[in-house]
Design a protein around this ligand. Structure first.
Ligand SMILES: [Zn+2]
Length: 336
């Protein structure tokens, strides 16, 4: 029924948070036909061999949910060559992921010169797939303003301007490089960033995806519910959240991605106060909520059609009744 193109399975040293086998099982019950896994694991997925090993883990589960994987990008030419080879040769590798600002894990290509180098190299190698980018400009972050006793301070640490500036950077770098693939702005959260994406649509292939929480929860949730609602990018003020929902319902956003990122409760409530929430359990309830606000056609596009088309993968559609009580699979549910 649905594709969730942004899921963090954590097999490796962090398998206590989530595993491919468990995420696929939740995905099956949430009504997913496919999930795409992210590479910021420990150790991260950078290499052809690492991708192949991870895909083998997914195959072992014999899940009816199709498993796709992103390979991480660094500013090392030889690594980029290896990532492109994984994309070319492994059918489950759906694209490459670049962290233009640090989030969970150590993957980050944070200086602008290195980001330009990544697009230049991908263009030179003739890569025409998707590069999903975590867009938050590191130089505009204010880590010194973080105060865990006031979780809402996280919104000042990673301000909306950091996302807007990074989206502008990435799209202009890709254009300068004559990059022939698609730049995907992952978990877009600021209306002005959606406007920038829109302004580039005629010039190059660009897409953006939004999480349910950036359409529903505003920064007051960080005051009411506290650190469990800490995410990257952070929650924003209510007018921005409402605008993101309007953009989704009017077709300005290409698809929904849950950014399913479970951590242990203690890792969120205490040091290192990790960012991320389990998103997949809430996905079916979110679809119920937005269905009355859009045509059946658009609903199909943002949950399946646009993703299938952009990634060019023939994913068989599963039909099942999605379960809406999956939150109990995790220690907490930020949507509550
Ligand atoms: Zn993510």
């Amino acid at each position: 029924m649905f594709i969730d193109p942004h899921v963090h399975c954590r097999d490796g040293t962090q398998s206590y948070k989530e595993t491919i086998a468990h995420a696929l099982s939740v995905a099956e019950r949430a009504g997913m036909s496919a999930i795409f896994d992210m590479p910021n694991t420990d150790p991260p997925i950078f290499r052809f061999e690492q991708a192949a090993e991870r895909i083998a883990l997914a195959r072992q589960t014999k899940s009816p949910v199709w498993y796709g994987l992103y390979v991480g990008l660094s500013a090392d030419r030889e690594q980029i060559v290896d990532a492109v080879r994984a994309y070319d040769e492994l059918p489950e590798v759906v694209g490459c992921k670049m962290f233009a600002g640090h989030s969970t894990g150590n993957l980050g290509v944070t200086d602008e010169k290195s980001q330009q180098f990544v697009y230049d190299t991908l263009a030179e190698l003739g890569y025409t797939g998707v590069v999903a980018v975590h867009c938050e400009k590191e130089s505009l972050m204010k880590p010194l303003l973080w105060n865990p006793l006031q979780p809402v301070s996280h919104c000042v640490v990673r301000p909306p301007q950091a996302e807007v500036a990074s989206v502008r950077d990435q799209l202009s770098f890709a254009r300068i490089a004559d990059f022939n693939g698609t730049v995907h702005v992952a978990h877009i959260s600021v209306p002005e960033a959606v406007d920038i994406v829109e302004s580039y649509r005629k010039k190059m292939s660009v897409t953006c995806g939004v999480t349910p929480y950036h359409c529903l929860l505003d920064s007051s949730a960080l005051e009411k519910k506290g650190l469990i609602c800490k995410t990257n990018p952070p929650l924003h003020i209510k007018p921005m959240v409402d605008q993101m929902m309007d953009y989704l319902c009017s077709g300005a956003i290409d698809w929904i991605e849950s950014d399913h990122a479970p951590h242990l409760l203690r890792e969120k409530l205490h040091e290192p106060h990790l960012s991320g929430m389990p998103g997949m359990p809430f996905y079916p309830r979110f679809i119920q909520q937005i269905a009355p606000r859009m045509s059946t056609h658009l609903l199909h596009d943002v949950t399946f059609g646009n993703i299938q088309k952009k990634f060019g993968i023939d994913i068989p559609q599963r039909h099942c009744e999605p379960q809406t009580d999956l939150a109990r699979e995790y220690e907490f549910d930020g949507f509550g």
